[in-house]
Design a protein around this ligand. Structure first.
Ligand code: GDP
Ligand code: IMO
Ligand code: MG
Length: 435
């Protein structure tokens, strides 16, 4: 069964993830395919994400809340694998309300999800500063320090936040350690329990009506035949295990994380749709073999409007890299592809696809585990003819120029996964269903 069927019923479960370094257009694809979906669930990360959706010219950028909220019938869940910033949570709900999107009675937060505390944001800034030249270029949203506290068993969970007694007790237990780290480790002022409680009490009240046990809820929904879409954030190469470590985010971003981040077992997740940009981008530091530091890179950035949706930073741009995408597709068992931003390539006379690397004079199709070796890999390119035709108004696959179809077909064969969607513009309507 394909991840989406053109005129048929939606499959019951599909996980949508990015196969590069993030910003592949996951938000657009989730929104497009959520039309017939009952539930959309985020399972990892937090407000480091920036998922952009454009509907009839109106732009929405979601950082923390699932993109599925833009489909008014869809119920959305923030899973236990997430790190939730209550300031951003309240802000995004308010912003959506201003835009006419009401989330009440259709948004739920796992009581097991971790809470981003004010000191996590402070520590993110202090840790990045201390890394100096080798800083990661994080989004400074407190993501890394919050996950650090989770695995160190010093975290605050949503269930603690909404219970004033439990919240104080957790802070009393954790703050001495946090303050030692802030003050002695990073020369920062200490935080007081009372100040944290004062800041977070009103936010806890706002979040309380949304906090429930979500693992049982999701499993029951699937068992009743409801369709569920899992919305990945970041990209597979930012996965803390399989990405370009240490230049990664602090969560698992591959499809397997959808299970652990929601409590839905792996056997219940039927399809994995991998989202790929027709070229490659990256924000932040770390190796990027096909990066173009020349005029072509600048053209991709300006035509593709490649500036971060969360931090506004210019994204690094380069040609499509089939070595990394074969690898990330394997790790997540991808069953279908959505290729985005094809229109950005419309003007090029010729295109390059990286089909292998040259590492110390040896040709390889493997992604080295260490960042230094990956940085030393030189791309081996195959050249393809461009189509030099405006594709942005095309809605049928058969109408695409032959060279565009050959390019898509080549990407599909290299990754060895069928293409299900091609995106040729930022608006919901600029989309082509292939299967
Ligand atoms: P995400 O983080 O994976 O959801 O991706 P982002 O929203 O951060 O970045 C993708 C950007 O490309 C957004 O500005 C989208 O509006 C835009 N976009 C998505 N698909 C297309 C497309 O097919 N063509 C063009 N030109 N822009 C697109
Ligand atoms: P979406 O969901 C692109 C990058 C940051 C940095 C690294 C670690 O929009 O695809 P973090 O704040 O997570 O500790 O930063 O990861 N990064 C992203 N890059 N898209 C994202 O999300 C990202 N989220 C984090 O730039 O290099
Ligand atoms: Mg993004």
């Amino acid at each position: 069964m394909s991840a989406i069927e053109k005129n048929g019923p939606a499959p019951s479960t599909v996980c949508i993830i990015g196969l590069q370094w993030g910003d592949e257009g996951k938000g657009k694809i989730v929104d497009l395919l959520a039309e017939n979906v009952d539930l959309v669930v985020r399972f990892q990360g937090g407000s480091n994400a920036g998922h952009t959706v454009v509907i009839e010219g109106d732009e929405f950028i979601l950082h923390l809340l699932p993109t599925g909220l833009l489909r008014k019938q869809t119920i959305c869940v923030l899973g236990n694998g997430m790190v939730i910033d209550p300031v951003q949570f309240a802000r995004e709900i308010d912003e959506l309300k201003e835009d006419g999107v009401d989330v009440s009675d259709r948004l739920f937060v796992s009581n097991r999800a971790q809470i981003v505390m004010p000191y996590h944001r402070l520590l993110d800034i202090a840790m990045e500063k201390a890394r100096g030249e080798s800083s990661i270029g994080t989004t400074l949203r407190g993501i890394g320090p919050c996950y650090l506290d989770k695995v160190a068993r010093n975290g605050v969970r949503a269930g603690d936040l909404i219970n004033p007694k439990a919240f104080r007790a957790v802070l009393e237990r954790n703050l001495p350690y946090v303050n030692r780290l802030l003050h002695k480790g990073y020369d920062q002022p200490e935080v007081s329990i009372e100040a944290v409680i004062e800041e977070y009490t009103p936010l806890a009240k706002r979040m309380k009506p949304f906090v429930v046990e979500t693992a049982g809820y999701l499993n029951r929904a699937i068992d009743e035949g409801k369709s569920v879409m899992f919305e990945g954030a970041q990209g597979s190469l930012l996965d803390v295990d399989f990405g370009t470590y240490p230049y990664v985010t602090s969560s698992n971003t591959s499809a397997a994380a959808a299970s652990i981040g929601t409590g839905v077992p792996p056997r219940k997740i039927q399809n994995v749709l991998g989202v790929l940009k027709a070229y490659t981008t990256r924000v932040g530091a770390g190796p990027f073999p096909t990066e173009l530091l020349d005029k072509t890179g600048e053209t991709l950035r300006s035509v593709g409007k490649e500036f971060g949706a969360t931090t506004g930073r210019p994204r690094r741009c380069g040609w499509f890299d089939a070595v990394i995408t074969q690898y990330t597709s394997m790790i997540s068992g991808v069953t279908g592809l959505a290729i985005t931003k094809l229109d950005v390539l419309d003007r090029f006379e010729t295109l390059q696809i990286c089909v292998a690397y040259d590492l110390d004079g040896q040709r390889t199709g493997e992604v080295p585990a260490d960042a230094e070796s990956l940085a030393a890999c030189k791309p081996v390119y195959e050249e393809y003819p461009g189509w030099q035709t405006d594709t942005s108004g095309i809605t049928e696959y058969s109408q695409l120029p032959d060279n565009a179809k050959s390019y898509i077909d080549k990407l599909s064969r290299l990754v060895n996964v069928p293409v299900e969607v091609v995106s040729v513009g930022k608006d919901r309507r600029n989309s082509i269903r292939v299967t």
